[in-house]
Structure formats: structure tokens, C-alpha cells
Design a protein around this ligand. Structure first.
Ligand SMILES: C[S@@+](CC[C@H](N)C(=O)[O-])C[C@H]1O[C@@H](n2cnc3c(N)ncnc32)[C@H](O)[C@@H]1O
Length: 271
């Protein structure tokens, strides 16, 4: 049965209502999820993406996380990030930042997350990766000087923010001229005008964009059995956990299938 708490949060997010309360609610939600989720192999907190076509190349040790890595792979596909300074905003448990550090040839990767508990977990789970650091910080007030990075990556995090336009302005501010801002997240069709308005920053030029729903649904299918086993191991709150995990029959899963929720990707270059 769909959880009314999750459905309300989703609707408030979709309407853009109560920005400060929503920010605080999502921060609490991810802090709780971060503490409760004991699955040691997964260093990701996203819904995943399996792209069409032949599978992309991964190390054997990364295969278990292929579906989650897919969102990062599509985010940087075709970009030359060798020697770059990368910033991931909303880095969660750090699996994506670690994959970027290992596979893009970047000189450094910095992961920032609002939740201190999540940052602590990211550090513990990824301490073996050279050139990778995590720090606590807010997407709407990034703790870096102007022009610090060559690329800003933002995966499935911005639905939590109070003011998307503030985050976009911050991403543009911390990028060097020529730097790339690569974003992916969910929005309802009704929110697209507000999303376009937030991205209409004078320093950003749109490079490309895509709708990822089919690949996200494929990833949800691929991970359904493993997630179900993990949820069964949790002591309580199974119905809300099923909602957060977008399991079959959940509110979000249905909305993605019916395109009432769109999983979108967009890339921009800073002038
Ligand atoms: C769904 S998780 C995705 C994590 C990671 N990008 C991944 O794909 O595994 C969203 C993350 O965004 C973080 N977050 C939410 N609001 C934030 C904010 N204002 N600034 C920075 N991070 C934020 C949450 O704490 C959470 O770790």
C-alpha cells in the first residue's frame, strides 16, 4: 500500500510548496535512510539507469552497482575530464564520486552533501580512493570560491532543494569559464516551466538533454529483488521504505511508468 507520508512529500516537492520545510524534511529523510540502510555493497542512493544499447565497460568489482553507476556514466559520457577538478553536489554515500575519481582521469573529486551523517558514511565507504574528498555543505550556498571547478555533477539531489535557482547560480559561480554543469533528477511535467526558469542563468549555455524514464525503470526492475531482500531485513517501516525505494506498486514507480514524473538529464557549459 502506498505510504501517505511519502506521497505527501512527493506532492509538496512537485508543487514547489513550503521550500524550507521541504528542505528540512528531505534532509531528515536522507539522514534516516543513511543510518538505517546497512547494505554494505551499495554506496549509492539513486534509482539507477540502464542505458539502451550494449552495456558500458566496468571493473568486475563494480558490477553489483552497475544500475546506480549508469546515472553517472550518462552524466559524463563524451566529456573529456582528464586533469579536471570535479565537484559533486549531493554526493550521498559517495559511490558516484568514487566512480568519477576512478574513471574520468580527473585530478580531484570533491563530494558535498547537506547531511553530516551521510558525509561521514561517504568518507568511511570510500577511503581507499585517491584524490577524493567529502565535506558537508549546502547546494544553495556552496562552500567554495568562485571558479574552483571544471565540472559540477548533480545526480538525483535537486528535488530536495528549497530554491533550484539558487543552486543553479551557485553551480555557475563555482565553475570556471568553459566548465560543464551536468544534472539529472525527477520533475513532474507541471514543474518544467519552473525548472527551465531556474536553469536560465545568463552564464550557462545548454549543451544537451534527455528523458531517462525507460532506463530508470529498467534499473528499478534489475534491482527489485535485491532491494526487496534488503527491505525484508529492516526491522520496521517496510511500507515507507518500499516507497523510497520505488518498488513495484509504489507511488513513484507508477508515476515514472505513466510519465507523471519525468527523470531528466541536462548539461550546460559555463561561458
Ligand atoms: C537521493 S540522494 C543521491 C545521492 C547520490 N547523488 C547518489 O546518486 O547516490 C540525494 C542526496 O542529496 C543530499 N542533499 C539534499 N539536499 C541537499 C542540499 N541542499 N545540499 C547538498 N546536498 C543535499 C541528500 O543528503 C542526499 O545525500
Amino acid at each position: 500500500m502506498p505510504s501517505p507520508i511519502f506521497a505527501r512529500m512527493l506532492r509538496a516537492t512537485e508543487r514547489g510548496a513550503f521550500p524550507r520545510l521541504r528542505r528540512a524534511g528531505w534532509k531528515l529523510a536522507y539522514t534516516v535512510i543513511s543510518g538505517a540502510w546497512r547494505q554494505p555493497r551499495w554506496r549509492f542512493m539513486n534509482y539507477g539507469y540502464i542505458p539502451p544499447g550494449p552495456p558500458f565497460v566496468l571493473d568486475a568489482a563494480e558490477e553489483a552497482e552497475r544500475a546506480f553507476i549508469g546515472l553517472y556514466h550518462q552524466a559524463v559520457q563524451g566529456l573529456d575530464l582528464r586533469g579536471a577538478a570535479l565537484l559533486e553536489v549531493g554526493s550521498g554515500h559517495g559511490g558516484g564520486a568514487a566512480w568519477l575519481a576512478r574513471h574520468t582521469g580527473a585530478a580531484s573529486v570533491t563530494g558535498v552533501d547537506l547531511s553530516a551523517a551521510t558525509v561521514a558514511k561517504a568518507r568511511a565507504l570510500n577511503r581507499d580512493v585517491p584524490g577524493l574528498v567529502f565535506r558537508q555543505g549546502d547546494a544553495e550556498a556552496l562552500p567554495f570560491p568562485d571558479g574552483s571547478f571544471d565540472a559540477v555533477v548533480n545526480i538525483e539531489s535537486s528535488h530536495c532543494y528549497g530554491r533550484m535557482d539558487r543552486f543553479v547560480a551557485e553551480a555557475a559561480r563555482v565553475l570556471r569559464p568553459g566548465g560543464v554543469f551536468t544534472w539529472a533528477d525527477m520533475r513532474s511535467p507541471a514543474m518544467l516551466p519552473a525548472l527551465d526558469a531556474a536553469f536560465a542563468h545568463p552564464a550557462l549555455e545548454r549543451l544537451d538533454g534527455a528523458e531517462l524514464n525507460d532506463g530508470v525503470l529498467a534499473a528499478l526492475d534489475a534491482m527489485e529483488a535485491e532491494k526487496a531482500a534488503e527491505i525484508a531485513r529492516q526491522p520496521a517501516f517496510h511500507s515507507i521504505t518500499r516507497e523510497f525505494a520505488a518498488m513495484r506498486g509504489s507511488t513513484l514507480r507508477g508515476a515514472l511508468e505513466r510519465r507523471q514524473t519525468l527523470y531528466l538529464a541536462r548539461r550546460f557549459r559555463r561561458h
